[in-house]
Design a protein around this ligand. Structure first.
Ligand SMILES: Nc1ncnc2c1ncn2[C@@H]1O[C@H](COP(=O)(O)OP(=O)(O)OP(=O)(O)O)[C@@H](O)[C@H]1O
Length: 307
């Protein structure tokens, strides 16, 4: 008997390119001996609902969309406690996570990988009661940026743009925070923070360090302190644009769990989408929680077992 595959796609992701490839994608899935159910998402959070309500009836899920759609499907799988392989056909504008996993941009190729590839047990982030696939971040976002998603997606370009555009240092929003991880405690004022499990963030490769593995049970954490003078601001910009590797203005560390508390509520983004405002956040690495189907050679590059 054929295996049952649920194919969920966001028809609006990126430039809506999926329309040109839908027939080829479904044909590839059927040739790989799957019975295919197709679902186009109808609204925000619809992918999570679909997986939560119906995912248990399938042997595999494949989703197509941007990072936001992938996030929603993974959230549904975690909430439903599903342990079936997940294939991914990237269709968004940035596709950070697909880049990290070496998933092809060309939809027919990524579909072949989704149905014939190797399941890679990938770490997933828990953020209070929510889930993220590869990045949770706060700071340097304004209301305006949510209305111009393209800028928001390009996190570092956007951060550098805001920092450079700030005429006065006091214009840069900052948050007094208390951060705890392992036996460490940090109390400081931050303008930006990022907890990630990805080689590429905001379209930039290498921002999270040289030895990122996606199944090692730890996140890479970057916290940027509030600059008190133009010299410190320049130091941060140099760090963001990779001109210097190390700075007292930027904390970087790895951890499997951290706790961040602040007096005021701070807006977060999870995988590039709005993740709510919080004053108390616990982030945990759910090690190897979702099996994402990728090319075997690419999996080896991001696995802790192949240094
Ligand atoms: N039919 C729909 N109408 C409106 N929004 C939708 C619909 N289907 C999905 N969405 C929402 O669109 C958001 C963005 O989708 P997605 O991340 O797939 O695309 P993108 O923003 O183009 O890609 P990227 O994040 O890579 O730039 C998701 O949070 C999802 O909930």
């Amino acid at each position: 008997m054929n295996k049952k595959l649920l194919f969920i796609f966001n028809p609006h992701s990126g430039k809506g390119l999926i329309r040109n490839y839908l027939v080829d994608i479904v044909d590839t899935m059927i040739k790989a001996e799957f019975d295919v159910t197709i679902y186009s998402t109808q609204a925000r959070a619809d992918a999570t609902r679909k997986v939560l309500e119906e995912g248990a009836g399938y042997d595999q899920i494949v989703c197509s969309g941007g990072d936001g759609t992938l996030d929603e499907v993974v959230t549904g799988m975690i909430q439903a406690n599903l342990d079936i392989p997940l294939g991914y056909i990237p269709a968004g504008s940035t596709n950070d996570f697909a880049n990290s996993l070496g998933i092809e941009k060309e939809m027919r190729l990524s579909c072949l990988t989704a149905v014939h590839g190797t399941p890679f047990p990938c770490d997933i982030g828990r953020f209070n009661d929510d889930t993220f696939v590869y990045v949770a971040a706060f700071g340097l976002f304004t209301e305006v940026s949510y209305q111009t998603p393209q800028q928001l997606k390009n996190i570092f370009g956007h951060a550098a743009y805001i920092l450079e555009g700030a005429k006065h240092l006091r214009d840069i929003p900052s948050y007094v925070m208390h951060v705890e991880y392992e036996n460490q405690r940090i109390q400081d004022e931050f303008i930006y923070g990022m907890v990630s499990n990805s080689i590429s963030v905001g379209g930039f490769k290498g921002m999270t360090g040289p030895d990122v593995k996606l199944d090692d049970g730890v996140f890479e954490v970057t916290l940027i302190r509030k600059p008190k003078n133009p010299i410190e601001l320049n130091e941060i910009l140099a760090c963001l644009t990779n001109l210097i590797d190390d700075s007292d203005m930027v904390y970087t560390f790895k951890t499997s769990e951290l706790h961040i508390m602040s007096k005021e509520k701070v807006a977060w983004t999870l995988d590039g989408e709005f993740g709510g405002e919080h004053d108390d956040v616990t982030i945990c690495d759910l090690q190897q929680r979702i099996r994402i189907v990728v090319d075997e050679e690419e999996a080896a590059k991001v696995s802790k077992d192949c240094q």
